[in-house]
Write a protein that binds this ligand. Structure first.
Ligand SMILES: Cc1ncc(COP(=O)(O)O)c(C=O)c1O
Length: 371
């Protein structure tokens, strides 16, 4: 089969004429850094997701760092996450002096296993970070009560899953707080950016201070001077990024519709006797940030990825397992399911502007492998 005439990446952002107009409008305004557009974006995002408050910041990683700073007694405590997620979920523990523990994943949906979390949780557990892998909700609902009862801070990493639902409830509304990334690969792409959602007013106010060096907002200061009581950072978002975010937020449903349409074509046409897909349980709706598939155990993943690349199709591994990275090697937690899935997983192209020709070509190339 001939290579596709143009490269088909695993992901691609989309900027509309309206996005450009919105950013241009803000560039001509009085605000180059945080101003009214950030507030507007936060309000629109919180309302779209279904939480009371949203705090926009400079990246998803900054969002995780800010939340880790809000975990009581984190230093010398432990954070639990799983190996099959982005490394920022583990790094945020290290930023605040906590150790990282690894729960395993489920073999069917490749999400963090609640059973495995409960096996390693202990009095030193201060936080649990749950990612909805690829956009498919994890069973975070099963951890909420446990975390509340045991004073464990529950961070929902919804970077992959804006618009996904668990028991008809939006992801981004579970746990103490949720984070989203606005990196170009994500549903809403501003370049670098992140946003936190929460229903907790005290947490919201603390996050606003920590995002801005520990400063109280102007409205809360008395007189011309300011004071600082806690160590914060400059993790602010700019108004032009917020305008881009607001404009893209209005297209979130379109993005989801297209991603789900593409997934349906993959489900109906890829040879699933050979490859394996993520199992979606009935109480969940996928947001398809990624479309990961597993190659059979007997096949070399690298050979399959080389084959895709020879055909001009970008394929990527999400993710190299965190507990196999040099910084995290040596953990005593055993994660056999992560090792199995992590050694066979490949993300094939998934983004809303994939054309029918491109989707059909990806299917054809996958199915022609090994035949
Ligand atoms: C699951 C997950 N968590 C956290 C992050 C960090 O977000 P950012 O790249 O915006 O810092 C990402 C982004 O790649 C992610 O995919």
């Amino acid at each position: 089969m001939k290579p596709f005439p143009t490269h088909i990446p695993y992901t691609k952002h989309f900027i509309s004429e309206k996005d450009i107009k919105e950013v241009n409008r803000v560039l001509k305004s009085d605000y180059l850094t945080t101003g009214p557009e950030v507030k507007k974006f936060e309000e629109a995002f919180a309302s779209a997701i279904g939480r009371k408050y949203a705090i926009a910041c400079s990246s998803g990683t900054a969002a995780l760092h800010l939340l880790a700073l809000c975990v009581d007694d984190a230093k010398n405590g432990e954070f639990i996450t799983c190996p099959l997620t982005f490394v920022a979920d583990a790094n945020c523990a290290k930023y605040v002096g906590a150790d990282v523990r690894f729960a395993d994943i489920n073999l069917d949906d490749w999400n963090i296993s609640v059973e495995s979390v409960l096996n390693i949780v202990n009095p030193n557990t201060k936080a649990i970070v749950v990612t909805h892998y690829a956009g498919l909700p994890a069973d975070i609902d099963k951890l909420e009560k446990f975390c509340n009862d045991n004073e464990i801070f529950l961070i929902e990493d919804a970077c992959h899953s804006p618009g996904a639902t668990l028991n008809n409830q939006n992801t981004g509304t579970f746990g103490d707080a949720s984070i989203f990334s606005l990196h170009p690969a994500k549903h809403i792409a501003v370049g670098e950016g992140g946003i936190i959602t929460t229903d907790n007013l005290d947490l919201y106010e603390k996050l606003l201070r920590l995002r801005n060096h520990g400063l109280e907002s102007w409205q809360k200061r008395s007189g011309y001077l300011y004071d600082i009581k806690e160590l914060g950072f400059n993790y602010r978002m700019t108004d032009s990024e917020a305008a881009l975010g607001s404009s893209q937020l209005t297209r979130l449903q379109d993005s989801l519709t297209n991603r789900r349409r593409i997934a349906q074509i993959y489900y109906e046409n890829i040879n699933w006797d050979f490859f394996t897909y993520q199992k979606i349980h009935d109480n969940k709706e996928h947001a398809y940030h990624l479309f990961p598939i597993l190659v059979p155990q007997k096949i070399s993943r690298e050979v399959f990825m080389d084959y895709l690349r020879e055909h001009n199709i970008g394929a990527t591994i999400h993710y190299p397992l965190i507990n196999k990275l040099s910084l995290y090697r040596g953990s005593s937690d055993t994660t056999p399911n992560s090792e199995d899935v992590g050694s066979r997983i490949v993300s094939i192209p998934m983004y809303p502007t994939l054309s029918t020709k491109e989707i059909e070509y990806v299917v054809e190339v996958c199915n022609s492998f090994n035949s």
